[in-house]
Design a protein around this ligand. Structure first.
Ligand code: C6P
Length: 412
C-alpha cells in the first residue's frame, strides 16, 4: 500500500469499537498513546485461539499443544522481523515496564556498582525512571538527567557532557516522548554512547507502534515496547536484547520453562529466549499480537508514520488558532510524533477532558506518568491528544470545536 492508497475509511471499518457512540455522539478516540484500539483481525485471532487451539506450550506432545507452541513461536518470529532482530533476541514479558525492570534487575544489578552513573532524560516515563532510582539506591549509583530545551528536544551538548563523565554504565532513553511527542535522534545518541563503552536501552513504547524501527540499524543493546500500544492485546510486552547480553546476564524470574535441568541445589538454564520466560506465558495474547503485527505490516509502517505526520501538522495548525491554548513541544513535525499536549487557559485538564467526553471525544489528562517532565514544564498536568492510523482530519476538527465550546463555558 503506498501513501496514495492509504484508505483510512477501509482501516476504520476493521475497528468495531469505532462504530460505537458515547452519549449519542460518534466515538472520537484520541488516547492512542495510552492504548490503541484493536482491529477485528486481532480480536478474531484471540477468539480462534481459545475456540480451537487452547493448550499449554513447550510441554506436551498432543496436537493442541503442538499447534499452540507453533503459533506462539511464529508470533515471536513476526515480532523479530518487525524490528529486524533474531527470534532468540525477543523476550515476551507483560509490558514495556516489565521489560525495563528485567534489565534493571538482571544486567544492571550485576554490572552497576557504587559510584557508577546511570543517565536518563527529562522526558522519561516513570517506567524508565523508577527502576533506575531503585537500582541506584540499592547500589549507591548516581542517576543523572539529560535536559530538554524549550522545544522539548534533548540538549545534545548536555548528553555529550554527561556521557563523557567517568563510570557511566547505562544510558536509557525514550525514542519518543509520551507527552511532547519529541523524537530523539536515537542512532546518533547510541553511537556516541557506544564510543564511551556505555550500554544503551531504548524505550520504544511510543516509537515502535508509529514508525519503522530497526534495532540493527539503531544498534541499541536493549529495547522495550508494549503490544497494547500497537493494535495488540494488553498483557504482552517485548524486551529486545542483543544475544551477547542475553547469554551473559542472569535470569530474571525462576521456575518452569526457563530451565534445562534442575537438580536439588543447581539448575542449568534453558536456551535463548526461553531462559527469560519463566512459567506459562500469555500464550493467547502473544498469538493475537502476531495478528496485530501482520496488520501493521499490511498497511506499512512508513505509510502510518507519514499519515500521522500529516495529521499532526494539521492538528498543530488548527489547535494554534484557539485563543488561550498553550501547546507544549516542537512544531516541527519531522522531529515529533502524533502526540500533542496542551493546556487551555487555567482550565484543569480533568475538567477539559470531561467536557470533551460530553462530545464523544476521548483524550488523556493528568501527568501522563511523567511527573519530572511536568515539573520541568512548570505545570501539574496537561491534556493530551494522541493519534493513530484510524484517526481523521474531521476528528481533529471536532476536537477543535469541542475545545472552543470549553473556552466559551469557562469564558477564556
Ligand atoms: N504510557 C501513556 O498514556 P506500559 O504501561 O508498560 O505498557 O508502558 C509504559 C510506558 C513506557 N514508556 C513510555 C514512553 C510510555 O509512554 C509508557 C506508557 C502510557 O502515556 C500509559 S502511562
Amino acid at each position: 500500500m503506498n501513501v496514495k492508497e492509504f484508505d483510512v475509511e477501509k482501516i476504520r471499518n476493521d475497528f468495531p469499537i469505532l462504530k460505537r457512540s458515547i452519549r449519542d455522539k460518534p466515538l472520537i478516540y484520541l488516547d492512542n498513546a495510552a492504548t490503541t484500539q484493536k482491529p477485528k483481525q486481532v480480536i478474531d485471532a484471540l477468539i480462534r485461539y481459545y475456540e480451537y487451539h487452547n493448550a499449554n506450550i513447550h510441554r506436551a506432545a498432543h496436537t493442541l499443544s503442538e499447534e499452540s507452541t507453533k503459533a506462539y513461536e511464529d508470533a515471536r518470529e513476526k515480532v523479530a522481523k518487525f524490528i529486524n532482530a533474531d527470534k532468540e533476541e525477543i523476550i515476551f514479558v507483560r509490558n514495556a515496564t516489565e521489560a525495563i525492570n528485567l534489565v534493571a534487575y538482571t544486567w544492571a544489578r550485576v554490572n552497576i556498582k557504587e559510584g557508577d552513573r546511570i543517565v536518563i532524560t527529562e522526558f522519561e516515563h516513570h517506567s524508565n525512571i523508577v527502576p533506575w532510582q531503585l537500582l541506584a539506591k540499592e547500589k549507591g549509583a548516581l542517576l543523572e538527567y539529560i535536559r530538554i530545551d524549550d522545544e522539548g528536544m534533548l540538549i545534545i551538548d548536555d548528553l555529550h557532557n554527561l556521557i563523557s563523565k567517568n563510570n557511566v554504565k547505562m544510558l536509557s532513553f525514550s525514542q519518543m516522548s509520551n507527552v511532547l511527542g519529541s523524537i530523539a535522534p536515537a542512532r546518533e545518541i547510541i553511537k556516541y554512547a557506544h564510543e564511551h563503552n556505555i550500554t544503551t536501552l531504548l524505550d520504544g513504547a511510543q516509537s515502535v507502534p508509529h514508525m519503522p524501527v530497526d534495532v540493527k540499524e539503531l544498534d541499541c543493546d536493549f529495547m522495550a515496547f508494549s503490544a497494547h500500544k500497537m493494535l495488540g492485546p494488553t498483557g504482552v510486552g517485548v524486551l529486545y536484547a542483543k544475544r551477547s547480553y542475553l547469554e551473559s546476564m542472569p535470569p530474571f524470574l525462576g521456575g518452569g520453562d526457563m530451565i534445562k535441568e534442575v537438580h536439588k541445589y543447581d539448575t542449568r538454564w534453558n536456551d535463548l529466549p526461553w531462559k527469560y520466560e519463566a512459567g506459562t506465558p500469555n500464550i493467547a495474547d502473544v498469538i493475537s499480537f502476531g495478528s496485530a503485527i501482520d496488520y501493521l505490516l499490511e498497511v506499512g509502517m512508513e505509510n502510518i508514520h507519514n499519515y500521522e505526520q500529516r495529521l499532526t501538522k494539521y492538528a498543530l495548525e488548527k489547535l494554534s488558532s484557539i485563543k488561550g491554548l498553550e501547546i507544549y513541544g516542537t512544531f516541527d513535525v519531522k522531529k515529533r510524533g502524533g502526540i500533542v499536549s496542551f493546556n487551555l487557559g487555567d482550565i484543569h485538564p480533568h475538567d477539559l477532558a470531561t467536557i470533551l467526553d460530553e462530545d464523544g471525544i476521548a483524550i488523556r489528562s493528568g501527568h501522563h506518568c511523567a511527573q519530572p517532565l511536568m515539573d520541568k514544564l512548570n505545570v501539574a498536568a496537561t491534556s493530551r491528544a494522541s493519534f493513530y492510523l484510524y484517526n481523521t482530519k474531521e476528528e481533529i476538527d471536532a476536537l477543535v470545536n469541542s475545545l472552543e465550546r470549553a473556552r466559551m463555558i469557562f469564558r477564556i
